[in-house]
Design a protein around this ligand. Structure first.
Ligand SMILES: NC(=O)c1ccc[n+]([C@@H]2O[C@H](COP(=O)([O-])OP(=O)(O)OC[C@H]3O[C@@H](n4cnc5c(N)ncnc54)[C@H](O)[C@@H]3O)[C@@H](O)[C@H]2O)c1
Ligand SMILES: O=P(O)(O)OC[C@@H](O)[C@@H](O)[C@H](O)[C@H](O)CO
Length: 539
């Protein structure tokens, strides 16, 4: 059996026997050079990073185009570092799963260091600060989930942690934005060195929102005289600190037991999947699909590795925004969230299985082709219609990808404004009537139904984690299937919440339609499936 920590340079044959590609570089050289001149920090070393960013770095190091490795920083889940990185010398196995059932396995050793960056861990807290004080640092990438950027609550008010960060010494910052602003302040003080801060999380205008989060904290510090005024100039000058926008796409499910078994049977030892107390599902291996897109605004004030040599598209901000809106608000993520909500309610455990249900396929086709596509701009570098075709015909039905509706259903409250709100806004801006929309209000009704935590068979289920779930569940928890009830009383507080939908749904005349679909969905067991069929038949 081969292990991640085996010496691939001295005993390559054991990797070859297990059909695992291995690095041509020596990880120890990479570690040494990274200590001397750190170049790349990544926040959020979860599955996407392990399957995507780490492979980009690996390819560049293999090509001799990058001499240093990535430093992974976790602000949130210390067990990710303690259990998935440190014991495996920061290595991982990337498994790419094609539609024909094949697995391509690559050992990645491109992470040079990993640390838990949180004020509760003084060594990591100081170590990363020291790294940010180095002029050599060029870029930071992030995949910390949408909620990782939040500084406000369900009512749009600053959270207690955000208020504390704004008024307290940067050295005791608690929020992600505060902790990262602390690093930028240290960099500013060390020599005003330039840097690119690249969010690669799934939301539109991610660079701008990231910058706004940092500025919210930094402005508070300046006001409290905890940081000099020039710090704000530094953070808002793209030639000093840039916040490039990005679009990232690679369906990367949580590590699966099915993949673990195949790996074990093929002679790979490190297959234990870790479920941390903070709910990260991670393993010494990561499983992902063949298709990938990473498009980044080319704004790197301190230079950058030649990312284009590893398949990254570097372009201008407008093109990134167009391609991101195409993917996140129209052609992939809205379809994904629809499958997540209804898949969870209908008892599915696999996205590929959902794609064998013609009614669900009709629903996502309507959502993509008929409701979102007409108002999405063609970004030029990728054709939206061809992109949806690939999603619906090849990517989602890939049975080799162990993706689940439950993974995608996490944090839905954070995703709705981007995944559906942007399309609605385009309708309103273009003076198009919202009357023709059916799939979008059906998804909203499905999500309200999901918040009841009762499935279509009338059985209780455990919803995926969501920071607003408990509050929202309160509104609908007493609704009983099959009883006639005033739906409006229950749904009104949810459907008027602009933090969630981007709009008061009643003001834009969608609220009643959502209520109507919801009413149909609570008629009794099986009513959700029947509602989807009825609404789609009316096409
Ligand atoms: N997995 C995919 O298919 C995919 C594809 C494109 C983009 N993304 C983006 O990447 C993000 C991460 O996806 P993943 O597959 O790596 O998820 P994951 O669950 O494997 O990892 C999540 C990572 O984010 C960290 N995290 C979670 N909550 C946090 C918080 N509140 N503050 C700071 N860090 C936090 C975790 O510690 C972990 O490192 C997604 O939310 C999405 O924005 C994912
Ligand atoms: O990663 P999230 O939680 O933002 O959303 C779940 C999925 O829709 C998402 O991860 C997709 O798999 C991804 O956006 C594909 O590129």
């Amino acid at each position: 059996m081969v292990k991640l920590t085996d010496n691939y340079l001295e005993a390559p044959e054991i990797f070859e026997q297990a059909q695992i590609k291995y690095p041509t570089y020596d990880q120890n050289d990479i570690i040494k050079l990274t200590q001397e001149k750190p170049q790349w920090v990544h926040f959020g070393g979860g599955n996407l990073f392990r399957c995507f960013h780490a492979k980009i770095a690996h390819d560049l190091i293999n090509q001799g185009e990058l001499k240093t490795g990535v430093i992974v920083a976790e602000t949130y889940d210390e067990n990710v570092i303690n259990e998935a990185y440190i014991p495996f010398s920061n290595r991982m196995l990337q498994v790419v799963m094609d539609e024909k059932g094949g697995y391509q396995k690559t050992l990645l050793a491109s992470v040079a260091q990993s640390l838990y960056y949180n004020q509760q861990n003084p060594s990591g807290w100081q170590a990363l600060r020291h790294i940010f004080e180095q002029s050599s640092l060029q870029l930071v990438t992030m995949s910390i989930t949408e909620k990782g950027y939040q500084l406000t609550d369900i009512n749009g008010e600053l959270t207690a942690a955000a208020k504390a960060d704004i008024t307290h010494d940067p050295e005791v910052a608690q929020t992600n934005m505060g902790a990262i602003a602390r690093l930028l302040l240290a960099r500013f003080k060390a020599g005003r060195y330039p840097i690119a801060m690249v969010s690669t999380d799934n939301f539109s205008e991610n660079g701008q929102k990231f910058q706004e989060g940092i500025l919210t904290i930094a402005k508070g510090w300046v006001k409290q005289q905890l940081a000099p005024t020039e710090f704000l100039n530094y953070l808002t000058d793209p030639d000093q600190v840039s916040f490039p926008w990005s679009m990232i796409d690679r369906i990367t499910p949580n590590p699966s037991e099915q993949v673990a078994k195949v790996l074990h049977d093929s002679g790979f030892e490190d297959t234990t999947i870790i479920h941390t107390p903070k709910h990260t599902n991670i393993a010494p291996f990561g499983n992902t699909e063949v298709t990938y897109y990473l498009v980044i605004e080319d704004q790197f004030p301190n230079g950058r590795p030649p990312l284009e040599n590893a398949g990254v598209i570097l372009t201008d901000r407008q093109t990134v925004n167009d391609v991101d809106q195409m993917k996140v608000t129209a052609c992939l993520n809205p379809l994904h969230t629809a499958l997540a909500i209804f898949g969870s309610l209908l008892g599915y455990q696999s996205i590929a299985d959902e794609m064998t249900n013609p009614d669900l396929v009709n629903l996502i086709k309507r959502l993509g082709y008929q409701e979102a596509l007409p108002v999405v701009k063609n970004p030029g570098i990728i054709q939206p219609k061809a992109f949806i075709d690939e999603v619906i015909e090849r990517r989602l039905p890939n049975k080799n990808i162990p993706d689940t509706p439950q993974r995608i259903a996490s944090d839905t409250s954070q995703k709705i404004p981007v995944r559906y709100g942007v399309t609605i806004k385009h309708y309103l801006d273009n003076k198009r009537s919202l009357d023709s929309l059916r799939a979008i209000p059906l998804v909203f009704a499905g999500w309200c139904r999901y918040l009841m935590a009762i499935d279509d068979q009338g059985e209780a289920f455990i919803p995926s984690l969501d920071p607003l779930y408990e509050q929202l569940h309160e509104y609908v928890k007493s609704i009983k299937l099959g009883q006639s009830t005033s739906v409006h009383t229950y749904l009104q507080p949810i459907l008027t919440n602009q933090q969630i939908f981007g709009f008061d749904l009643y003001e834009i005349q969608l609220g009643k339609k959502v209520e109507h679909y919801f009413e149909q969905m609570i008629q009794g067991p099986g009513a959700i499936m029947r509602t989807i069929q009825t609404v789609m038949e009316d096409n």
